[in-house]
Design a protein around this ligand. Structure first.
Ligand code: NAD
Length: 319
């Protein structure tokens, strides 16, 4: 018979932001006559990153930004190159394609990028604000904080899919929604679980080792999310967490991994942000809406973050 599920492509969601972004770039012509400049650093030769970089360039240029990819052959020179871009007044935004060293040195490099140019939103200050549900950088609430762009992209996809209920006050729009996130990396999965819980959802955060529950407590009594350990990972526990899920989000970086279709309740929304296909085609027999990839929305959020950084810089100058 006809499968009930509908596939929603990231390009469709990204389109929603193209107008807003293009207009803002136009309005900046007086301060950025040639368009804002984003610099991407590629030091790992990863073909997936190459592809992402070429998409970013295309998207940038279609909306009035400039994009420059800087390839670093010897990764030991990357830190110096970032510092130089930090100092360079003509550079508005900096992004780095990870993993590079594949260990804690990558986290160090994330903090080397100047906070004012950190389009990916990886600076410690932005993370701390996000985890604490703080939306502004200053006491006067003039300078908006930046959110890490992949988790933010997934939030925007959930808004597009109408999982966020706009009849509820902002900040509570996911009240009571059950979400499962299979990935708890510090780049995507953990901040995503926190963002969703901060907006009122009950989030089951799953990684290879264990399962955690992120919520704002009964009746949303807390102002920021709390975390509870539910125990070691097992298929049975995953199945239980999924039994009445509204949303299932996957980010397992493996071609072999497939999320068990039989765990998906009828009508759930399924989103995969991994570069590997974590759901097989049978997902469409269960999911109401299925988003197979999210990268194009991430790029939109990157550019939106960059405009916000420029706005913040200009506001600070005017002070
Ligand atoms: P990572 O390796 O840091 O984290 C992977 C996470 O998945 C870990 O929490 C791990 O415990 C969990 N995991 C692995 N196997 C699992 C299993 N069988 N069951 C449950 N959990 C499991 O990777 P990352 O940096 O978070 O990236 C993940 C994927 O997302 C990659 O494919 C990456 O390319 C992609 N990514 C996409 C975007 C985007 O914009 N679409 C952005 C960043 C990363």
């Amino acid at each position: 018979g006809v499968k009930p599920g509908t596939t929603i492509l990231a390009s469709k969601v990204a389109k929603e932001y193209a107008d807003e972004i293009t207009k803002k770039v136009e309005a900046m012509k007086d301060i950025r006559p040639q368009g804002p400049l984003l610099v991407g650093f590629l030091a790992n030769g990863d073909p997936a990153a190459e592809m992402y970089a070429s998409w970013t360039k295309k998207t940038c240029e279609s909306m009035g930004f400039r994009y420059e990819l800087r390839r670093i052959d010897d990764k030991d020179f990357l830190e110096e190159a970032i510092i130089e871009a930090n100092r360079d007044q003509s550079v508005d935004g900096i992004m780095v394609y990870y993993p590079i060293f594949g260990n804690a040195q990558d986290q160090y490099l994330q903090q080397v990028v100047a906070r004012e140019k950190d389009v990916e939103g990886l600076n410690h200050v932005y993370y701390q604000n996000m985890y604490h549900n703080v939306r502004f950088l200053d006491e006067e609430k003039q300078l908006k904080s930046i959110l890490p762009c992949t988790p933010l992209a997934i939030v925007k996809i959930l808004e597009y899919l109408k999982i966020y209920n706009t009849l509820l006050p902002e900040g509570n729009r996911l009240y009571g929604k059950k979400c499962v996130v299979v990935n708890r990396s510090e780049i995507v999965g953990r901040p995503l679980a926190a963002l969703l819980a901060n907006d009122g959802a009950i989030v089951y955060s799953v990684d290879v080792n264990n399962v955690q529950k992120f919520t704002r407590g009964e009746g949303l009594k807390f102002t920021k999310h709390h975390v509870e350990d539910l125990g070691a990972y097992s298929d049975a526990l995953l199945k239980e967490c999924c039994s009445d899920a509204d949303v299932i989000i996957t980010g397992v970086p493996s071609e072999k991994y497939k999320f068990p279709t039989e765990y998906i309740p009828d009508g759930a929304v399924c989103i995969n942000f991994s570069s590997s296909k974590n759901f097989d085609d049978s997902v469409k027999t269960k999911a109401s809406l299925y988003v197979p990839m999210t990268g194009k929305v991430t790029i939109s959020m990157l550019l939106r973050n960059m405009l916000r950084l420029i706005e913040n810089t200009e506001k600070l100058k005017a002070k």
